[in-house]
Design a protein around this ligand. Structure first.
Ligand SMILES: Cc1cc2nc3c(=O)[nH]c(=O)nc-3n(C[C@H](O)[C@H](O)[C@H](O)COP(=O)(O)OP(=O)(O)OC[C@H]3O[C@@H](n4cnc5c(N)ncnc54)[C@H](O)[C@@H]3O)c2cc1C
Length: 382
């Protein structure tokens, strides 16, 4: 019998249970088909909005539930338990596009875009990466030039989740090209803006339930009010404000790993070889125990970072450690899950091979393992 997470309040335990029920009913059954067809089930957005999950961490004045970062970690773990790809599509909308609007949008923009986005009536995307800019944000080549009462954007974004289904984009563009990171600004770009188009769609190894494409800006004019936050400083401010990406990544990895563990325990109890369940062989038992232990550790690191953020305590090191440990553990755990399932797990209709493919992106998205190790090294005085 597992000890309950004693630091969760009764409300949070009820939230966790409600999320588990929702995911079992409405996400897990879609996971295999969405992966196979590379199609995000957009009808989930208004469902998630109506239940208050999209706005879980947002202020009530914009239709949110005013929840905590720990609530949010619970949400991310459960979404990913159902489907890593679906979780990613929801995350980009909620935690990147909507969070940027909340942090930097004017009240008018919040009413026009954030409120319907939290209801799930509008879908957002986050346009940062480019062919020449991944880990190195200072290399962003998309330009935004002030002209008259607005800005004109030119450039191409690559690997953008939700691009094929998004109603609006939050785009990182350079307004002072010689200033590197200190010249990057954020812009809201509605999908129907002249000069913007969705480019080639991209097919992926994992998280295939999320849809991905390029964003192309050709003399795309946006009004001055669509600048989000400070000119030249918007991206650096966003890095400081949108710190939850690492906590979310840790929670996603925990959720995928837990799905893989549950299936592996069940398989080890029912798969009989040499006249006994394979879970009775010590080599297998011990391997599965290590999977379970790493998941507990990942969740604790993740929740500690979230609780520190909730108390406005420093949590950069905690968030980096949680992200680094949980995502690398998830890769090991899904590999072991596949190993213990043998050929059954290797088949295309098995969720085990999907978890194995889905987890890798969380190791290099939201700041790769190497970047997390560099950040932690600085934090511990190296
Ligand atoms: C499924 C998926 C969804 C995505 N969704 C989005 C999205 O919605 N919006 C968006 O803007 N982008 C998105 N991206 C892109 C994502 O932002 C990039 O993958 C990420 O920024 C890393 O950049 P990169 O892939 O170009 O890798 P690179 O930066 O080229 O890194 C390659 C390798 O080099 C290592 N490396 C780089 N620099 C250093 C260093 N200084 N020290 C040590 N090692 C280093 C990295 O750790 C990594 O292992 C997505 C990517 C994927 C795969």
């Amino acid at each position: 019998m597992a000890a309950p997470d004693f630091y969760l309040s009764d409300r949070q335990r009820a939230l966790q249970q409600a999320l588990r029920d929702f995911v079992a009913r409405e996400i897990t059954p879609l996971a295999a088909a969405s992966d196979a067809t590379e199609h995000f089930p957009v009808e989930l957005f208004p469902r998630l909005g109506a239940l208050g999950y999209l706005g879980l961490r947002f202020p009530e004045e914009y239709g949110g539930a005013g929840g905590s970062n720990l609530d949010y970690a619970l949400l991310c773990e459960e979404l990913a338990y159902g489907s890593g790809g679906i979780a990613l599509g929801i995350y980009v909308h909620m935690a990147l596009a909507c969070s940027a609007l909340l942090a930097f949008g004017s009240d008018a923009l919040k009413q026009e875009w954030l409120v319907p986005a939290l209801r799930g009536d509008k879908i957002g995307a986050w346009g940062f990466a480019e062919a020449g800019a991944g880990s190195d944000a200072a290399s962003i080549a998309t330009r935004a030039v002030m002209s008259g009462d607005g800005y004109v954007l030119n450039g191409t974004k690559l690997f953008i989740t939700n691009a094929p289904i998004a109603d609006f984009l939050v785009v990182v563009a350079s307004t002072a090209p010689d200033q590197g990171l200190k010249g990057l600004s954020l812009f809201l770009v509605p999908r129907d803006t002249p000069g913007f188009r969705v480019g080639a769609t991209l097919s992926k190894l994992g998280v295939r339930a999320s849809e991905m494409a390029e964003l192309v800006f050709e003399d795309c004019r946006v009004p001055r009010e669509y600048l989000l936050g400070r000119e030249h400083r918007g991206f650096l401010d966003a890095l400081r404000t949108l710190t939850l990406g690492r906590i979310a990544s840790a929670a996603f990895a925990t959720g995928i790993a837990r799905a893989a563990l549950d299936a592996t325990v069940e398989h080890a109890r029912t798969r009989v070889q040499f006249g006994q369940p394979i879970g009775s062989f010590q080599a297998v038992r011990f391997g599965i125990v290590d999977m379970a232990m790493q998941i507990e550790a990942a969740r604790l690191l993740c929740h500690r970072a979230a609780m520190a953020a909730d108390r406005n305590l420093p949590h950069g090191r905690e968030a980096s450690m949680a992200k680094l440990f949980a995502t690398e553990a998830c890769t090991r755990i899904t590999e072991r899950a596949l190993h213990y399932h043998g050929a059954t797990g290797f088949m295309a209709d098995s969720p085990v091979q999907r978890w194995y493919r889905d987890c890798k992106v969380f190791e290099f998205g939201e700041g790769s393992s190497e970047l997390q190790r560099e950040m932690i090294a600085r934090e511990i005085g190296l």
